[in-house]
Structures are given as C-alpha cells and as structure tokens.
Design a protein around this ligand. Structure first.
Ligand code: NAP
Length: 259
C-alpha cells in the first residue's frame, strides 16, 4: 500500500524514545519529514542522528524541550511552515493514591496529557484545514477504555483529551483533517518498566514481574514499539481520511470487550 506520506511534514512530540520515537521512525520510513522532541538534549540529538542515518532521504529537525512549555509548543508548531501531521505525546503521570494528590499534581497531569495536546491542535489545525490535509494522532493509553486503578491522574487527563477531540474530530473531517487516538496497552519501553516498578509481588524481581505480565497478556508478550509506529502510519496515511474520532486500542487483546 502506498501511504502518500512522502514529503509530508510531521510534528512528533516526545519522540526521542519509546512510542513517540517508533512513530517518528515509521513515518520517516514512508518518506515523511519528521522532527524529534524530548527534554534531554543529548537523547534528541542521538535519536535525530539515528533517524537521519536510517532514512537519508528525509529531513529530520530537532526541537528539544519540555512539550508542556509555551515556548516549546511555539517552536514545535512552527518547526515546519505547513505541518501535515501532528502526533501528540508526553510522558505519563506517576501512579499513586488520589488521596495523596494535591491540586498541583492534577494540574501537572492535565497540562502534560490534555492541555498541551489541545494547544498544539489549536496552533496547527486551521492551517491543515485550509490546505485540505491533516492527520492528528493522540498517543493516550488503553486506560482510556479500561482504567488502571493506580493511574488515576492518567485515567482522568487522557479521558479529558479524548472527550474534547471526539467533538472536534467531527468539525475537521470534511476538510480532510482527522483526529484519532492510539491507545497503547503494555509496550516494551522505559515507561513500562517504570509503571511495573512497585507492581511486583512479594519476593518477585522486576524482571520476573514483567515476564509474568507478558505471559498473562492474551498475546503472551508485550507490544513491540514498531507495531505501534505502523498503526500511526496507517492513521496518518492518505487512505485513512474517513477514519476520525476513533480510539484504537493496541494491547494484544487485554481489553476484554467486543466493541
Ligand atoms: P518512554 O519510553 O518513557 O518515552 C517517553 C519519551 O517522551 C522520551 O523520549 C522522553 O524524553 C519524552 N518526554 C517525556 N516527557 C516529556 C515532556 N514533558 N516533553 C517532551 N518530551 C517528553 O515512554 P513511552 O512508553 O514511549 O510512553 C509514551 C506515552 O504513552 C506516555 O504518555 C505513556 O504514559 C503512554 N503509555 C505507554 C504505555 C507503555 O506500555 N509503554 C502504556 C500506556 C500508555 P525525555 O525524558 O528526555 O523528555
């Protein structure tokens, strides 16, 4: 299938590692120009160099910085004159008990996992609609469909983004601008190791706990970030213009629902 992505310009937030990086690499493999973002400058530089080396025909720009900061959002939104694709992503909030979270903890989670994405959509969506092409993909979490008890900050903030985008997606699709969510279940990234820490049973090491979790998934394994990148490419492709306001769970079947 030809995805029609060659020469398109993508903003991929939080893309120096993990799922964001997998999306940037998969888009670059289709000939799409990408930017790499993350807070750690060295990781941004290393990842950008690796993507350039692997895909020499595409342009790779570096926009280091915390995606929740206004000046970084400005730099991301204006990194390309006419961005075609926006992949929203940021680190996930910490686990915990809601009784211990102060208002500031909620504001931080809402900022990273809801408001930042909305600000970047606001900065790019009208241009996409004028040009007649746009693909917006929000990396959220399987917790949007099936909440994880210890991740209340994530459950709440991501559900807010999903609800907002459900309304907006119907206002942009007639101009060939789609907005969809990709909902990761357990993918083998640094974040998974973080969220697994503390979920080990007594006497169980982190490695043993991770092996148990992988075995318990219907697929018998964790997801490979490349599989996530491939789903992102499809939602960004020319062929996906009739898919909008959807939330695709990638979890090996762990969510036990028929719809
Ligand atoms: P990861 O492997 O830890 O990678 C996170 C990436 O985001 C890194 O490049 C990190 O670089 C960057 N980043 C984090 N906070 C940022 C910020 N404020 N501004 C700019 N860049 C930032 O995590 P991941 O597994 O790819 O997860 C991506 C998202 O999916 C997270 O929101 C996570 O909660 C969610 N998720 C993941 C899983 C899973 O199993 N992996 C499951 C459900 C949901 P720096 O640290 O240098 O900034």
């Amino acid at each position: 299938m030809k995805t029609g992505l060659a020469g398109r310009k993508a903003i991929v937030c939080a893309s120096s590692k993990g799922l964001g990086r997998a999306c940037a690499e998969a888009l670059a493999a289709e000939g799409c120009d990408v930017l790499i973002n993350g807070r750690t400058v060295e990781t941004v530089t290393e990842t950008a160099a690796a993507v350039r080396k692997a895909f020499p025909a595409v342009e790779v720009r570096e926009v280091p910085g915390d995606v929740t900061r206004g000046d970084v959002q400005e730099a991301l939104a204006h990194a390309w004159d006419a961005p075609d694709i926006l992949v929203n992503n940021a680190g996930g909030p910490p686990p915990g008990d809601f009784r211990e979270w102060a208002k500031d903890d909620w504001i931080r989670a809402l900022d990273a996992n809801m408001l930042t994405a909305i600000m970047l959509i606001k900065a790019t969506v009208d241009g996409m609609m004028e040009r007649g092409f746009g693909r917006i993909v929000n990396i959220t979490s399987a917790a949007v469909k099936s909440p994880i008890e210890t991740l209340g900050l994530s459950n709440g903030a991501r559900a807010g983004l999903t609800g907002f985008c459900a309304g907006l997606a119907r206002q942009t699709v007639a101009r060939n601008v789609t907005i969809n969510g990709l909902l990761p279940g357990p993918f083998a990234t640094d974040r998974l190791r973080q969220t697994m820490t503390g979920r080990a049973a007594s006497g169980e090491s982190l490695e043993e706990a991770m092996a148990r979790e992988a075995r318990d998934n219907p697929a018998g394994r964790f997801g490979d970030p490349d599989e996530f990148g491939a789903a992102c490419v499809f939602l960004c492709s020319a062929q996906a213009g009739f898919i909008t306001g959807q939330n695709l769970v990638l979890d090996g079947g762990a969510f036990r629902g028929t719809l």
